[in-house]
Write a protein that binds this ligand. Structure first.
Ligand SMILES: Cc1cc2nc3c(=O)[nH]c(=O)nc-3n(C[C@H](O)[C@H](O)[C@H](O)COP(=O)(O)O)c2cc1C
Length: 180
């Protein structure tokens, strides 16, 4: 059983993150979901709260939060950080170390010696863009593990390299991690 901090960014593949959340929870993992504001336009925080049994987070400035320092507390208690799906925008934020949304803040507060994974999902031309590839290169050299993307038809209906890895492959990559 691991404490998994699951970041969901605003891709058309967001709905697949719900299946992953469900599968991880059924395997007795503790899953804390954090959606970016863009992801919350595509899927609802409530959906992830139901699946994980924990209130999904989205807004860093939500006055209902018991503490204003959630980005430290949630990063502290997690064993693994996984970003599924990872948009081009969020890859840039993570690679540049920016805290432009709660997920970015959490990623900065997360201990980089613990496992960090991301599963990109985007239009093939976005994926091929040199800026995106540069950001991915930075993340991998910073120790992040990339899962996918795959060749095929993307959630937005284009065909090429950029389709998010299958949920089963992401689940397996998480299951393979040794939690210390
Ligand atoms: C319907 C729809 C689908 C989108 N799908 C993707 C996608 O698969 N990958 C991506 O990088 N951006 C996608 N975008 C654009 C992102 O939502 C946009 O860049 C947003 O700023 C990402 O913010 P975030 O990284 O904070 O979640 C999509 C936008 C819309 C409206």
């Amino acid at each position: 059983m691991a404490h998994i901090l699951m970041g969901v960014s605003g891709s058309a593949a967001c709905f697949k993150a719900a299946a992953l959340c469900s599968q991880l929870t059924r395997e007795q993992h503790q899953v804390q979901v954090v959606l970016t504001p863009a992801a919350a336009q595509m899927v609802t925080p409530l959906q992830f709260s139901c699946l994980s049994g924990k209130a999904a987070l989205c807004d860093e400035f939500d006055p209902q939060h018991p503490s204003g320092m959630d980005h430290i507390a949630f990063a502290d208690e997690a064993d693994v950080l996984v970003v599924v799906p990872a948009t081009a925008n969020t890859l840039g934020i993570l690679a540049q170390g920016l805290a432009l949304h709660l997920l970015g803040s959490l990623a900065l507060a997360f201990d980089p010696s613990k496992p960090r994974l991301f599963a990109p999902a985007m239009h093939p031309r976005m994926w091929a863009n040199p800026a995106v590839q540069r950001n991915v290169g930075v993340l991998v050299s910073d120790g992040w593990q990339m899962i996918g993307p795959e060749e095929g038809s993307t959630a937005c209906g284009s065909v090429g390299l950029g389709r998010m890895a299958e949920v089963a492959a992401i689940f397996q990559a998480i299951a393979n991690i040794q939690i210390s």
